[in-house]
Design a protein around this ligand. Structure first.
Ligand SMILES: Nc1ncnc2c1ncn2[C@@H]1O[C@H](COP(=O)(O)OP(=O)(O)O)[C@@H](O)[C@H]1O
Ligand SMILES: [Mg+2]
Length: 468
């Protein structure tokens, strides 16, 4: 197989001030700790540290060349000097995109981007060579680096696009030039920076900028902003819409599903084709993610029946609903780890999953939640607004931490109240101490709320891990 990049191609894409010695590279990175042999290392400006400080480290760890914007000491044959390393990365990403004949999907949305991306990656890679963004590589660095990593022989590409602030999506969408654009949903996430849900919808719709002719928009038919998104898609010249959801007019329609702890059995109609499949990740939110992934796979030209089969292998990701079973005394504790991320929509999704998860005999449902971040002036109201979902979750004891969770704390039924603490470090021991054999414990909060500390305390209190 030919290399990801030759030095000739890189030189054409970057028009550097000074070029390195000839090379072939099979990887592109900006993190010196993640360098693999022969990689192209981009020294990017960072908020706290400048990548130029790590050039020597990257080269000593095996990077083939480094792209830099300063004169540097040492091996000139290993340096490519450009005016602006960030622009150079975007240029290489564009070159990767332009030479590719892959069918490309882009995915954005308030929640479920990475989950949907990974489901779509699983579906497509079972059918043909597929490349997808690593982890949540969805920002101004993650998108171009993912494009620069697109192998020349890929048949499918899947790229996650994220945003925290207005204006971030459009330039990234224009780099990706997708054939199919998926918006998982529009919810109150990052609303502190965005002002209103309508503003969030308008920003998400920039995903349709710069799509290829004949492009397809895959949209959540049940979302209250569906019409608004359809309108925007049209304005960007995207005429073909595939709606997914329960709505009777959805082109990818959920007909029925049976939700279980371990996953779901789903019946759906994709266009006029009826499909039934097993989905390996639990929760109704996952059923909807799977429909979006199927609709996107279908629009990309993949085989639908085979796609449905692949969904049985899909699992919730670590920290995003992945389950673990811990040995506790004479029995087990089931841990639902959602410590990676939280906003009102994903909190509700998790609470619905908890409600359906049966504790073992003698066990209870316990719940530990930390603040949802970036909700701005709406934060307290959005936290307090979870009270109905918490009541419906069947949790017998609720442990909360963080200043905004105080607003929810006041709304809890007295019988459900465990404790409220200022932060997760103070909460962790309380939660671990409350557990007993048979319990189910769900733990969730924004990454910044560090609910991982609670997960770690619970795991430490157990006598090791076990199977289901
Ligand atoms: N469609 C959905 N609706 C609500 N919550 C979801 C959905 N899909 C995933 N989640 C939950 O949201 C959290 C973040 O999921 P992830 O796929 O990483 O989203 P993103 O990439 O958009 O941040 C996880 O806890 C996950 O279980
Ligand atoms: Mg993500």
């Amino acid at each position: 197989m030919s290399a990801l990049w030759t030095s000739d191609e890189v030189q054409r894409a970057l028009s550097p001030i000074a070029m390195s010695a000839p090379f072939e590279a099979n990887g592109v990175t900006f993190d010196s700790r993640a360098v693999a042999d022969g990689d192209i290392f981009f020294a990017l400006p960072g908020e706290t540290t400048d990548g130029h400080a790590f050039v020597a480290d990257a080269l000593s760890r095996g990077a083939g060349v480094a792209v830099v914007s300063r004169e540097m000491m040492g091996a000139a044959d290993k340096l490519i000097r450009v005016r602006d390393t960030m622009k150079a990365l975007v240029a290489l990403g564009r070159a990767g995109r332009q030479r590719s004949e892959a069918r490309i999907a882009s995915i954005t949305g308030s929640v479920g981007k990475t989950s949907t991306k990974d489901a779509l990656r699983a579906i497509l890679s079972a059918q043909a060579p597929t490349s997808a963004s690593a982890a949540s590589f969805n920002n101004h660095v993650g998108v171009p680096i993912s494009l620069a990593r697109l192998p020349r022989d890929a048949r499918y590409g899947v790229f996650e696009i994220g945003m925290n602030h207005p204006g971030e999506i459009e330039p990234l969408a224009r780099q990706v030039e997708a054939h199919v654009g998926v918006i998982t949903n529009v919810e109150a996430a990052h609303i502190g920076h965005m002002g209103s849900e309508e503003a969030i919808a308008d920003e998400k719709a920039c995903l349709f900028a710069g799509m290829r002719p004949g492009a397809v928009a895959v949209l959540n038919r049940d979302n209250r902003h569906y019409d608004r998104l359809v309108h925007h898609a049209g304005a960007f010249g995207v005429a073909k819409i595939v709606g997914f959801g329960r709505h009777p007019a959805a082109e990818a329609r959920l007909v029925a599903c049976r939700l279980q702890d371990s996953g779901s059995d789903v019946q759906a109609l994709i266009g006029s084709r009826r499909i039934e499949y097993r989905l390996g990740a639990a929760g109704e939110h996952w059923v909807l993610n799977s429909l979006a992934a199927l609709a996107a796979a279908d629009a990309l030209g993949a085989d639908l029946a085979q796609a449905a089969t692949t969904l049985a292998t899909v699992r919730a990701l670590p920290g995003r609903g992945a389950r673990r079973w811990l040995k506790f005394g004479s029995g087990k504790v089931e841990l639902l780890d959602e410590s990676y991320n939280a906003n009102p929509a994903s909190m509700r999704a998790m609470l619905a999953v908890l409600a359906r998860t049966e504790p073992a005999p003698g066990g209870r449902r316990l719940l530990a939640m930390g603040d949802m971040r970036e909700l701005g002036e709406h934060a307290d109201a959005l936290h307090a607004g979870l009270a109905d979902a918490v009541a419906a979750s069947g949790a017998s004891q609720v442990f909360l931490c963080g200043p905004h969770m105080k607003a929810l704390w006041h709304k809890l039924a007295a019988a459900q109240k465990g404790v409220h603490r200022p932060d997760s470090a103070a909460l962790a021991g309380e939660v671990a101490g409350a557990l007993r054999a048979g319990d189910v414990i769900a733990i969730k909060g924004s990454l910044g709320s560090r609910m991982k500390a609670v997960v770690d305390a619970v795991v430490a209190a157990a006598d090791g891990e076990t199977g289901q």
